[in-house]
Design a protein around this ligand. Sequence first.
Ligand code: NAG
Length: 372
Amino acid sequence: MKSSILFTVGIAVSAAQAKPVSKRAITDADILNYALTLEHLEATFYAEGLQNYTRGDFLNAGFADPFYENLMKVASDEKEHVSFLTDALQAAGAPATAACTYSFPATDVESFLALANVLEGVGVSAYLGAAASIESKEYLTDAGSILTVEARHSSYLRAVAGEVPFAQPFDNPLDFDEVYTLASPFIVSCPSGNPTLPVKAFPSLTAVTDGTIMTGSKVFLATGQGFATTGPLHAAFITVTGPIWATVSPAEGGYFVTIPGGIAGQSYVVLSSSNEKVSDETVLAGPAILEIGAKNGRLSTGCTSSSSTTTSGNSPGQSTVPSQSGQALAPSQTIQYGHSATPSASSLFTGAASNVQPTFSLLAFIGVMAFL
Ligand SMILES: *[C@@H]1O[C@H](CO)[C@@H](O)[C@H](O)[C@H]1NC(C)=O
Protein backbone atom coordinates (compact mmCIF):
# COMPACT_ATOMS: atom_id res chain seq x y z
CA MET A 1 0.00 0.00 0.00
CA LYS A 2 2.75 2.37 0.95
CA SER A 3 4.56 2.32 -2.37
CA SER A 4 1.47 3.15 -4.39
CA ILE A 5 0.72 6.03 -2.05
CA LEU A 6 4.18 7.44 -2.37
CA PHE A 7 4.09 7.07 -6.11
CA THR A 8 0.88 9.03 -6.31
CA VAL A 9 2.08 11.72 -3.97
CA GLY A 10 5.27 12.12 -5.96
CA ILE A 11 3.13 12.86 -8.98
CA ALA A 12 0.78 15.12 -7.07
CA VAL A 13 3.62 17.15 -5.67
CA SER A 14 5.42 17.58 -8.98
CA ALA A 15 2.37 18.12 -11.17
CA ALA A 16 0.85 20.83 -8.96
CA GLN A 17 -2.43 20.62 -10.81
CA ALA A 18 -5.42 22.79 -10.10
CA LYS A 19 -7.62 21.12 -7.50
CA PRO A 20 -11.30 21.69 -7.97
CA VAL A 21 -12.19 20.12 -4.63
CA SER A 22 -9.83 22.06 -2.40
CA LYS A 23 -10.78 25.61 -1.67
CA ARG A 24 -7.25 26.53 -0.71
CA ALA A 25 -3.75 26.16 -1.97
CA ILE A 26 -2.71 23.24 0.17
CA THR A 27 -0.88 20.25 -1.24
CA ASP A 28 -1.10 16.64 -0.12
CA ALA A 29 2.38 17.02 1.34
CA ASP A 30 1.11 20.00 3.36
CA ILE A 31 -1.81 17.93 4.60
CA LEU A 32 0.47 15.06 5.60
CA ASN A 33 2.69 17.49 7.48
CA TYR A 34 -0.37 19.04 9.09
CA ALA A 35 -1.48 15.57 10.21
CA LEU A 36 2.07 14.84 11.34
CA THR A 37 2.07 18.07 13.37
CA LEU A 38 -0.95 16.79 15.29
CA GLU A 39 0.41 13.26 15.63
CA HIS A 40 3.71 14.54 17.05
CA LEU A 41 1.73 16.55 19.57
CA GLU A 42 -0.40 13.56 20.57
CA ALA A 43 2.53 11.12 20.66
CA THR A 44 4.55 13.45 22.89
CA PHE A 45 1.54 14.09 25.10
CA TYR A 46 1.01 10.36 25.75
CA ALA A 47 4.73 9.65 26.14
CA GLU A 48 4.93 12.40 28.77
CA GLY A 49 1.79 11.17 30.47
CA LEU A 50 3.05 7.62 30.71
CA GLN A 51 6.31 8.94 32.11
CA ASN A 52 4.53 11.16 34.63
CA TYR A 53 1.87 8.76 35.86
CA THR A 54 2.38 5.13 36.76
CA ARG A 55 -0.03 2.26 36.47
CA GLY A 56 -0.45 2.65 40.21
CA ASP A 57 -1.44 6.28 39.79
CA PHE A 58 -4.17 5.27 37.35
CA LEU A 59 -5.34 2.49 39.68
CA ASN A 60 -5.45 4.90 42.60
CA ALA A 61 -7.47 7.34 40.53
CA GLY A 62 -10.03 4.60 39.90
CA PHE A 63 -8.93 3.42 36.45
CA ALA A 64 -8.73 -0.30 36.94
CA ASP A 65 -6.98 -2.78 34.65
CA PRO A 66 -6.90 -3.10 31.75
CA PHE A 67 -7.12 0.67 31.43
CA TYR A 68 -3.38 1.24 31.71
CA GLU A 69 -2.63 -1.37 29.05
CA ASN A 70 -5.16 0.25 26.73
CA LEU A 71 -3.63 3.65 27.35
CA MET A 72 -0.21 2.30 26.43
CA LYS A 73 -1.76 0.98 23.24
CA VAL A 74 -3.20 4.41 22.45
CA ALA A 75 0.25 5.93 23.02
CA SER A 76 1.91 3.40 20.76
CA ASP A 77 -0.74 3.97 18.04
CA GLU A 78 0.11 7.68 17.99
CA LYS A 79 3.81 6.86 17.77
CA GLU A 80 3.09 4.57 14.83
CA HIS A 81 1.11 7.32 13.13
CA VAL A 82 4.13 9.60 13.46
CA SER A 83 6.43 7.00 11.89
CA PHE A 84 4.02 6.22 9.11
CA LEU A 85 3.46 9.84 8.07
CA THR A 86 7.16 10.64 8.41
CA ASP A 87 8.11 7.67 6.22
CA ALA A 88 5.48 8.56 3.64
CA LEU A 89 6.68 12.15 3.36
CA GLN A 90 10.34 11.22 3.24
CA ALA A 91 9.81 8.56 0.58
CA ALA A 92 7.85 11.09 -1.47
CA GLY A 93 10.79 13.48 -1.30
CA ALA A 94 8.95 15.99 0.87
CA PRO A 95 10.51 17.20 4.11
CA ALA A 96 8.71 15.81 7.17
CA THR A 97 7.98 18.07 10.09
CA ALA A 98 9.81 17.13 13.30
CA ALA A 99 8.47 17.10 16.83
CA CYS A 100 8.27 20.45 18.62
CA THR A 101 8.54 21.44 22.26
CA TYR A 102 5.14 21.35 23.92
CA SER A 103 3.55 22.47 27.12
CA PHE A 104 0.48 20.60 28.33
CA PRO A 105 -1.75 21.75 31.17
CA ALA A 106 -1.84 18.28 32.74
CA THR A 107 -0.93 17.93 36.39
CA ASP A 108 -2.48 14.64 37.42
CA VAL A 109 -4.21 11.55 36.04
CA GLU A 110 -7.57 13.28 35.84
CA SER A 111 -6.41 16.37 33.96
CA PHE A 112 -4.21 14.22 31.73
CA LEU A 113 -7.13 11.99 30.74
CA ALA A 114 -9.48 14.95 30.28
CA LEU A 115 -7.02 16.48 27.84
CA ALA A 116 -6.38 13.13 26.12
CA ASN A 117 -10.11 12.77 25.60
CA VAL A 118 -10.47 16.19 24.02
CA LEU A 119 -7.32 15.80 21.91
CA GLU A 120 -8.64 12.56 20.40
CA GLY A 121 -11.88 14.30 19.49
CA VAL A 122 -10.00 17.16 17.85
CA GLY A 123 -7.92 14.58 15.96
CA VAL A 124 -11.07 13.01 14.55
CA SER A 125 -12.40 16.41 13.50
CA ALA A 126 -9.07 17.36 11.96
CA TYR A 127 -8.79 14.26 9.76
CA LEU A 128 -12.45 14.53 8.82
CA GLY A 129 -12.11 18.20 7.89
CA ALA A 130 -8.97 17.57 5.84
CA ALA A 131 -10.44 14.67 3.88
CA ALA A 132 -12.04 16.75 1.11
CA SER A 133 -8.75 18.54 0.43
CA ILE A 134 -6.71 15.37 -0.08
CA GLU A 135 -6.05 14.81 -3.76
CA SER A 136 -4.61 11.32 -3.73
CA LYS A 137 -7.14 8.56 -3.16
CA GLU A 138 -4.46 6.38 -1.62
CA TYR A 139 -3.69 9.09 0.87
CA LEU A 140 -7.36 9.47 1.57
CA THR A 141 -7.55 5.80 2.50
CA ASP A 142 -4.49 6.18 4.67
CA ALA A 143 -5.87 9.21 6.44
CA GLY A 144 -9.16 7.38 6.83
CA SER A 145 -7.41 4.42 8.42
CA ILE A 146 -5.90 6.77 11.00
CA LEU A 147 -9.17 8.65 11.49
CA THR A 148 -11.09 5.52 12.41
CA VAL A 149 -8.50 4.57 15.00
CA GLU A 150 -8.55 8.08 16.51
CA ALA A 151 -12.32 7.71 16.69
CA ARG A 152 -11.90 4.45 18.64
CA HIS A 153 -9.50 6.12 21.04
CA SER A 154 -12.00 8.95 21.42
CA SER A 155 -14.93 6.61 22.13
CA TYR A 156 -12.96 4.65 24.68
CA LEU A 157 -11.76 7.71 26.56
CA ARG A 158 -15.24 9.23 26.41
CA ALA A 159 -16.78 6.07 27.82
CA VAL A 160 -14.19 5.89 30.58
CA ALA A 161 -14.92 9.54 31.43
CA GLY A 162 -18.63 8.80 31.70
CA GLU A 163 -19.55 10.54 28.48
CA VAL A 164 -21.67 9.04 25.74
CA PRO A 165 -19.03 7.21 23.63
CA PHE A 166 -20.66 8.22 20.33
CA ALA A 167 -22.75 11.23 21.14
CA GLN A 168 -24.19 11.90 17.71
CA PRO A 169 -24.62 10.15 14.35
CA PHE A 170 -22.16 12.45 12.54
CA ASP A 171 -18.80 13.84 13.63
CA ASN A 172 -17.92 17.50 13.18
CA PRO A 173 -15.27 18.41 10.59
CA LEU A 174 -12.86 21.21 11.46
CA ASP A 175 -10.78 23.01 8.87
CA PHE A 176 -7.02 23.53 9.00
CA ASP A 177 -7.06 26.94 10.66
CA GLU A 178 -9.70 25.89 13.19
CA VAL A 179 -7.63 22.90 14.25
CA TYR A 180 -4.46 24.93 14.36
CA THR A 181 -6.24 27.45 16.59
CA LEU A 182 -6.85 24.60 19.06
CA ALA A 183 -3.43 22.96 18.76
CA SER A 184 -1.12 25.96 18.80
CA PRO A 185 -1.49 26.88 22.50
CA PHE A 186 0.33 23.63 23.34
CA ILE A 187 3.22 24.31 20.99
CA VAL A 188 6.06 26.24 22.57
CA SER A 189 8.64 26.14 19.79
CA CYS A 190 9.60 24.02 16.82
CA PRO A 191 12.81 23.18 14.97
CA SER A 192 13.62 25.98 12.54
CA GLY A 193 13.97 23.47 9.72
CA ASN A 194 10.35 22.38 9.88
CA PRO A 195 8.41 23.01 6.68
CA THR A 196 6.09 26.01 6.64
CA LEU A 197 2.42 25.15 6.50
CA PRO A 198 -0.30 27.43 5.16
CA VAL A 199 -2.23 27.53 8.42
CA LYS A 200 -2.96 30.24 10.93
CA ALA A 201 -4.67 30.52 14.30
CA PHE A 202 -7.74 32.62 14.98
CA PRO A 203 -8.09 34.55 18.25
CA SER A 204 -8.94 32.08 21.01
CA LEU A 205 -12.40 31.52 22.37
CA THR A 206 -12.95 29.76 25.70
CA ALA A 207 -16.19 28.33 26.97
CA VAL A 208 -16.54 28.99 30.68
CA THR A 209 -18.60 26.17 32.11
CA ASP A 210 -19.41 24.91 35.56
CA GLY A 211 -21.56 21.92 34.89
CA THR A 212 -23.39 19.86 32.36
CA ILE A 213 -24.27 21.79 29.22
CA MET A 214 -27.53 20.92 27.51
CA THR A 215 -29.67 22.33 24.74
CA GLY A 216 -30.89 25.68 26.05
CA SER A 217 -27.97 26.19 28.44
CA LYS A 218 -26.43 29.62 28.40
CA VAL A 219 -22.66 29.46 28.20
CA PHE A 220 -20.16 32.29 28.45
CA LEU A 221 -17.59 32.42 25.66
CA ALA A 222 -14.53 34.43 26.69
CA THR A 223 -12.68 36.08 23.83
CA GLY A 224 -8.90 36.05 23.86
CA GLN A 225 -6.11 38.26 22.66
CA GLY A 226 -6.35 39.53 19.13
CA PHE A 227 -10.12 39.49 19.07
CA ALA A 228 -11.65 42.66 17.71
CA THR A 229 -14.84 43.40 15.90
CA THR A 230 -16.94 46.42 15.17
CA GLY A 231 -19.41 44.79 12.85
CA PRO A 232 -22.13 42.22 13.35
CA LEU A 233 -21.24 38.98 15.08
CA HIS A 234 -22.88 35.57 15.07
CA ALA A 235 -22.19 32.31 16.89
CA ALA A 236 -22.11 29.12 14.87
CA PHE A 237 -21.72 25.51 15.92
CA ILE A 238 -19.81 23.56 13.31
CA THR A 239 -21.46 20.42 11.98
CA VAL A 240 -20.98 18.29 8.87
CA THR A 241 -24.18 19.66 7.35
CA GLY A 242 -23.16 23.25 7.96
CA PRO A 243 -23.30 25.74 10.79
CA ILE A 244 -26.04 25.67 13.42
CA TRP A 245 -26.58 29.25 14.46
CA ALA A 246 -26.95 30.14 18.12
CA THR A 247 -28.38 33.12 19.91
CA VAL A 248 -25.54 35.29 21.13
CA SER A 249 -25.46 38.33 23.40
CA PRO A 250 -22.47 40.47 24.32
CA ALA A 251 -21.08 40.66 27.86
CA GLU A 252 -17.91 42.01 29.36
CA GLY A 253 -14.98 40.00 28.03
CA GLY A 254 -17.02 37.86 25.71
CA TYR A 255 -20.45 36.66 24.70
CA PHE A 256 -23.22 34.53 26.07
CA VAL A 257 -24.40 31.85 23.71
CA THR A 258 -27.51 29.70 24.08
CA ILE A 259 -26.89 26.11 23.07
CA PRO A 260 -29.15 25.31 20.12
CA GLY A 261 -30.77 21.93 19.55
CA GLY A 262 -29.24 19.19 17.44
CA ILE A 263 -25.74 19.26 18.92
CA ALA A 264 -24.22 16.72 21.29
CA GLY A 265 -20.84 15.52 22.45
CA GLN A 266 -17.60 17.34 21.77
CA SER A 267 -18.77 20.42 19.90
CA TYR A 268 -17.16 23.47 18.39
CA VAL A 269 -18.48 27.02 18.30
CA VAL A 270 -16.97 29.97 16.45
CA LEU A 271 -17.81 33.64 16.31
CA SER A 272 -18.44 34.60 12.70
CA SER A 273 -18.92 37.94 10.97
CA SER A 274 -21.42 36.32 8.62
CA ASN A 275 -24.73 34.77 9.54
CA GLU A 276 -24.81 32.78 6.31
CA LYS A 277 -21.57 30.87 6.29
CA VAL A 278 -18.51 30.01 8.34
CA SER A 279 -15.19 30.20 6.53
CA ASP A 280 -11.65 31.31 7.28
CA GLU A 281 -12.70 34.73 6.04
CA THR A 282 -15.63 35.05 8.44
CA VAL A 283 -14.26 33.49 11.66
CA LEU A 284 -13.53 36.19 14.25
CA ALA A 285 -12.65 33.86 17.14
CA GLY A 286 -12.60 30.21 18.04
CA PRO A 287 -13.44 27.50 17.88
CA ALA A 288 -14.25 27.00 21.54
CA ILE A 289 -14.78 23.41 22.61
CA LEU A 290 -17.91 22.43 24.49
CA GLU A 291 -19.03 19.05 25.78
CA ILE A 292 -22.79 18.96 25.37
CA GLY A 293 -25.00 16.38 27.02
CA ALA A 294 -25.43 14.61 30.32
CA LYS A 295 -22.73 12.38 31.74
CA ASN A 296 -23.41 8.74 32.47
CA GLY A 297 -20.96 8.36 35.30
CA ARG A 298 -17.61 6.78 34.70
CA LEU A 299 -17.50 3.42 32.97
CA SER A 300 -15.95 0.67 34.99
CA THR A 301 -12.62 -0.13 33.40
CA GLY A 302 -12.06 -3.50 34.94
CA CYS A 303 -12.88 -5.97 37.69
CA THR A 304 -12.57 -3.35 40.39
CA SER A 305 -16.03 -1.91 40.26
CA SER A 306 -16.22 1.84 40.23
CA SER A 307 -19.62 2.96 41.30
CA SER A 308 -21.03 5.66 39.11
CA THR A 309 -22.27 8.86 40.58
CA THR A 310 -24.71 11.25 39.14
CA THR A 311 -23.29 14.50 38.06
CA SER A 312 -24.52 17.80 39.21
CA GLY A 313 -24.59 20.69 36.87
CA ASN A 314 -26.65 23.28 35.18
CA SER A 315 -30.14 22.46 34.27
CA PRO A 316 -31.17 23.67 30.83
CA GLY A 317 -31.46 27.41 30.72
CA GLN A 318 -29.31 28.01 33.73
CA SER A 319 -26.49 30.35 32.95
CA THR A 320 -22.85 30.56 33.71
CA VAL A 321 -21.55 34.01 34.31
CA PRO A 322 -18.35 35.87 33.71
CA SER A 323 -16.43 36.76 36.84
CA GLN A 324 -16.82 40.21 38.30
CA SER A 325 -13.65 41.37 36.68
CA GLY A 326 -14.96 40.21 33.34
CA GLN A 327 -12.03 37.85 32.97
CA ALA A 328 -12.60 34.25 32.10
CA LEU A 329 -11.57 32.09 34.99
CA ALA A 330 -11.14 28.84 33.22
CA PRO A 331 -8.82 27.18 35.76
CA SER A 332 -11.48 27.23 38.44
CA GLN A 333 -14.17 25.88 36.18
CA THR A 334 -14.83 22.19 36.22
CA ILE A 335 -17.04 19.62 34.66
CA GLN A 336 -17.94 16.64 36.81
CA TYR A 337 -16.90 13.36 35.23
CA GLY A 338 -18.12 10.57 37.42
CA HIS A 339 -16.41 10.79 40.79
CA SER A 340 -14.01 13.56 40.35
CA ALA A 341 -13.71 17.00 38.96
CA THR A 342 -11.65 17.58 35.87
CA PRO A 343 -10.96 20.73 33.93
CA SER A 344 -13.50 21.67 31.30
CA ALA A 345 -12.72 20.64 27.77
CA SER A 346 -12.37 24.13 26.46
CA SER A 347 -10.35 25.45 29.37
CA LEU A 348 -7.68 22.88 28.58
CA PHE A 349 -7.33 24.45 25.20
CA THR A 350 -6.42 27.95 26.25
CA GLY A 351 -3.55 29.56 27.99
CA ALA A 352 -5.99 30.58 30.71
CA ALA A 353 -6.11 27.02 31.97
CA SER A 354 -2.43 26.74 32.49
CA ASN A 355 0.85 28.45 32.46
CA VAL A 356 1.15 27.56 28.78
CA GLN A 357 0.82 30.83 26.96
CA PRO A 358 -1.65 33.50 27.98
CA THR A 359 -0.65 35.50 24.93
CA PHE A 360 -1.79 32.70 22.79
CA SER A 361 -2.77 34.39 19.58
CA LEU A 362 0.56 36.16 19.49
CA LEU A 363 2.31 32.88 20.11
CA ALA A 364 0.29 31.33 17.33
CA PHE A 365 1.23 33.93 14.80
CA ILE A 366 4.88 33.82 15.79
CA GLY A 367 4.61 30.07 15.72
CA VAL A 368 3.36 30.01 12.17
CA MET A 369 6.26 32.12 11.05
CA ALA A 370 8.88 30.32 13.07
CA PHE A 371 8.20 26.68 12.99
CA LEU A 372 5.53 25.45 10.68
C1 NAG B 1 4.54 15.75 32.82
O1 NAG B 1 5.23 16.34 33.89
C2 NAG B 1 5.96 17.50 33.54
C3 NAG B 1 6.76 17.92 34.75
O2 NAG B 1 5.94 18.12 35.85
C4 NAG B 1 4.97 18.57 33.09
O3 NAG B 1 5.66 19.73 32.72
C5 NAG B 1 4.19 18.04 31.90
O4 NAG B 1 3.21 18.98 31.50
C6 NAG B 1 3.52 16.73 32.25
N1 NAG B 1 2.90 16.22 31.04
C7 NAG B 1 1.77 15.53 31.05
C8 NAG B 1 1.23 15.14 29.73
O5 NAG B 1 1.19 15.19 32.07
